[in-house]
Design a protein around this ligand. Sequence first.
Ligand code: ADP
Ligand code: MG
Length: 242
Amino acid sequence: MENKEPIIEFQQVDLSFGSTKVLNKIDLALDAGKFYTLLGPSGSGKSTILKLISGQLQADSGEILFEGQRINHLPAEKRRVNTVFQNYALFPNMNVFDNVAFGPKLKGLGKDEIRHKVETMLSLVKLADFSDREINELSGGQQQRVAIARALANDPEVLLLDEPLSALDYKLRKDMQQELRTIQKRLGITFVFVTHDQEEALAMSDWIFVMNDGVIQQNGTPEDIYDEPINHFVADFIGESN
Ligand code: ADP
Ligand code: MG
């Protein structure tokens, strides 16, 4: 029987930094194998949600579940989750191959298995011939592809993407939007993508959470959000052009 339990669930999650509340009673339920987007202006709490999923931060209260198990205090390295950041965060002193091989090596995979994994991931991001390149020889777009391959080489069940396309120019961003969608579908894993760009969210997602001020204002399909914004904030935010 198919397992219908959400892969990730937040129940009434609160988080403050000092006296500032940055997440306020967040509820969400993510099904495995879908492309989710957290959409909202800067400071709305998107990255903080990703950090709670990855284990970089811990909630003040509420429950965080992974496949039905409480993971509030599970260390980050024990979670089947990896993150791709806007600034790539690659190892500058390693070539492309060694960057992507980093996770598989840590896991203690054999040499052939590592090579196979790295080659598979590099072709997935269309960098099959770039194995031996140094990071500083690559364009920003190519570095972001390496970062995606490196994250995927860890076999995450959930890939978190924190504004991964924001530093890229318009044309490249459009291409990468399609490619990320294709990669997600091909691997069938769960993506949680963060952006402040409503057009990007509408184009890419199965399901969107619109955030403002630490609160989820609305969630639904791109059609739901576009056709029937639930309040003025969502209507104005979706209606803005970047
Ligand atoms: P977003 O990713 O949507 O731009 P963040 O989740 O990064 O927003 O931040 C949400 C709020 O929390 C912002 O007001 C931000 O200034 C604040 N914040 C984030 N991280 C910290 C921190 N380590 N210490 C204090 N405040 C923080
Ligand atoms: Mg952020």
